[in-house]
Design a binder for this molecule. Structure first.
Ligand code: FNR
Length: 200
């Protein structure tokens, strides 16, 4: 098995740089509101920078044969230099929205794919009662293939989500706010553990 050993200087003990990805492009997306919520709920020492997927072209092996398009290269490099990735996504037809799956397919190519050993946290929001529970297990399967280190728990499924966010994006539901901050506290500990394992 290939392991990644980080030189001590590469460990960022004080500030964790987290990339956010949203599986919805919609301006009024409840998943974007959920992603912003976890960004606001991060403990001290973590910051969220959301990267837009709108400019990622459809995956095409003929294009790849000539090299990664600039938007894909930028996404790969941004993920590579981050300390972790948070993905907030809707569930489409019980599975992963094409926008997100397409971006992950691009990023997964090449021996140096940047999700290898990368800490990842997943959450989903839906107007339905299950909060996108099914998409999360499909997404976990995809991240497993890419050797990502996906946080197991706490899982965050925001059901009936349309009623839990105000039009300005603020979260009006205390339980959801608590789930978000609990998950980010666990993610901070998870990243520290993954980084220690890489050093061992
Ligand atoms: C949906 N929606 C949906 N919801 C769900 O809980 N399970 C599902 O399988 C689906 N399937 C589905 C397919 C497609 C094509 C669309 C457009 C929508 C509803 C979905 O959760 C809802 O539209 C969310 O508001 C989408 O997320 P954003 O854009 O608000 O983040």
């Amino acid at each position: 098995m290939q392991t990644t050993r980080l030189p001590r200087a590469e460990l960022n003990m004080t500030q964790l740089d987290i990339v956010g990805l949203c599986g919805s492009l919609r301006a009024g997306s409840i998943n974007r509101m959920a992603l912003n919520l976890v960004g606001r709920s991060m403990p001290q020492g973590m910051t969220l920078d959301t990267v837009e997927l709108r400019d990622i072209p459809f995956f095409d092996g003929d294009v790849l044969a000539k090299g990664f398009p600039p938007s894909v290269l930028a996404l790969r490099e941004r993920i590579r230099k981050s300390d972790g990735v948070v993905i907030a996504t809707p569930e489409y037809n019980f599975s992963i929205p094409g926008v997100l799956k397409n971006a992950l397919d691009w990023v997964s190519r090449g021996d140096d794919q940047p999700f290898a050993h990368k800490p990842v946290a997943i959450l989903s929001a839906s107007p339905g009662p299950l909060g996108g529970a099914r998409v999360q297990y499909d997404l976990r399967k995809v991240m497993l293939f890419m050797n990502a280190q996906v946080l197991a728990k706490p899982e965050v499924f925001i059901g009936a989500a349309s009623g839990k966010f105000a039009p300005d994006g603020s979260c009006t539901d205390e339980a959801t706010r608590n789930f978000a901050s609990d998950q980010m506290a666990a993610f901070q500990r998870w990243i520290a553990g993954v980084q220690r394992m890489a050093l061992a």
